[in-house]
Design a protein around this ligand. Structure first.
Ligand code: HEC
Ligand code: HEC
Ligand code: HEC
Ligand code: HEC
Ligand code: HEC
Length: 216
């Protein structure tokens, strides 16, 4: 019987099959790496802001408490953003005529909020609540990094679902005593948490990882 395909065609066919296989694996690996890469989640990338506000100066050097500007962080879902009035409590006395503060003075005069660009933004279908974390001993630093050293505010974590779940499965190693949640550069001193809290989270991890905790 005559050969249906020439030997060359058979070889070509094999090569194509192998290359297709490699291509699929490569695409899978690329997609996996892409989904995990910090750059995909804008980690470390500052956003353009109307005023060159600096946390390293205000929260670092001047040591102003986070709550002075993010005043609802302990009682609401949103941390809250400072009004122009909050800035003007000092900037009606220091750096008074500075041109970089022009948008602050304009907002203050018009009684309008300053239009800050969000650095952290979850999709609308995700439910997040600041107070639920802060009042249970999850510190700002755990999720936002060393804000007190940032000349420009950036994300230090992906805020991906995998990141939330990593902690929700076992939050205990990330918990601090409540009085330390605003501290930066905090060093835990060994076993600070009472046993009943560890016990509580062994039970709570199922609730914390169920879909409708964050998608409701
Ligand atoms: C004097 C006021 C002030 C203080 C004090 C302050 N912040 Fe801010 N914060 C701001 C302003 C203004 C912005 C918006 C501009 C920016 O992103 O840099 C902001 C933005 C942020 C953001 C990003 C918000 C977003 O839209 O994603 C985080 C996170 C944050 N602050 C955390 C902190 C933490 C933690 C502390 C305490 C260590 C703190 N801030 C202290 C004024 C303040
Ligand atoms: C468990 C992680 C976590 C902790 C702890 C946390 N944040 Fe956030 N923060 C987030 C996430 C996630 C967002 C984005 C929220 C969104 O888009 O709905 C955010 C957003 C913000 C914003 C932007 C405005 C807003 O409310 O959406 C500010 C300001 C902020 N955080 C400040 C703080 C401060 C100050 C603390 C400590 C007192 C703190 N955060 C503790 C995760 C955290
Ligand atoms: C508790 C007082 C206080 C508050 C509140 C405050 N600032 Fe300041 N800010 C200062 C001081 C003091 C300096 C000047 C530090 C220096 O000259 O070294 C300063 C400097 C600045 C500068 C110049 C930074 C630089 O060196 O480039 C900007 C911009 C600024 N502040 C913006 C803001 C904004 C926006 C707010 C409100 C969200 C705010 N500040 C709230 C005290 C404050
Ligand atoms: C570092 C640890 C940590 C990270 C990261 C974290 N959480 Fe949590 N989360 C907790 C703890 C602890 C609680 C409090 C649980 C309790 O005691 O009820 C909590 C509670 C919650 C609650 C309230 C649950 C309820 O039933 O009251 C929601 C909603 C939530 N987290 C959403 C998120 C989302 C969304 C993310 C990611 C963007 C996230 N969390 C990241 C530790 C974390
Ligand atoms: C602790 C909070 C948390 C829990 C629990 C959680 N999610 Fe999510 N989920 C998130 C966050 C944050 C995002 C947005 C970031 C992202 O896409 O990773 C998200 C995104 C998603 C998306 C969109 C993904 C995409 O690529 O666009 C789907 C689908 C989803 N979640 C399904 C689920 C299901 C199903 C469960 C239960 C098995 C679940 N989630 C449990 C926090 C959570």
């Amino acid at each position: 019987m005559a050969q249906l395909f020439t030997p060359a065609a058979t070889t070509l066919f094999r090569v194509v099959i192998v290359l297709t296989g490699l291509g699929l694996v490569g695409a899978g690996v690329t997609a996996y790496l892409w989904a995990r890469a910090d750059s995909t989640w804008n980690v470390g990338k500052p956003a353009p802001q109307p005023v060159p506000f600096r946390h390293d100066l205000h929260a670092g050097q001047l040591d102003i408490d986070c709550r002075y500007c993010h005043s609802t962080v302990e009682r609401a879902a949103d941390a809250g953003m400072p009004s122009a009035q909050t800035c003007m409590s000092c900037h009606s006395q220091v750096w008074v005529g500075a041109s970089v503060l022009e948008p602050v003075r304009t907002s203050f005069t018009l009684g309008q909020p300053i239009q800050w660009t969000s650095v952290h933004r979850l999709p609308d279908y995700v439910y997040f609540h600041h107070a639920a974390h802060v009042t249970k001993g999850v510190a700002c630093e755990i999720c936002h990094g060393r804000v007190d050293r940032m000349p420009k505010t950036v994300k230090t974590q992906t805020l991906s679902m995998g990141w939330c779940l990593d902690c929700h499965r076992d939050p205990v190693p990330n918990l601090r005593p409540r009085e330390a949640v605003f501290a930066m550069g905090y060093e835990p001193h060994g076993d600070e948490l009472p046993d009943d809290i560890r016990e509580f989270y062994r039970e709570a991890s199922r609730r914390l990882t169920s879909c409708n905790t964050c998608h409701r």
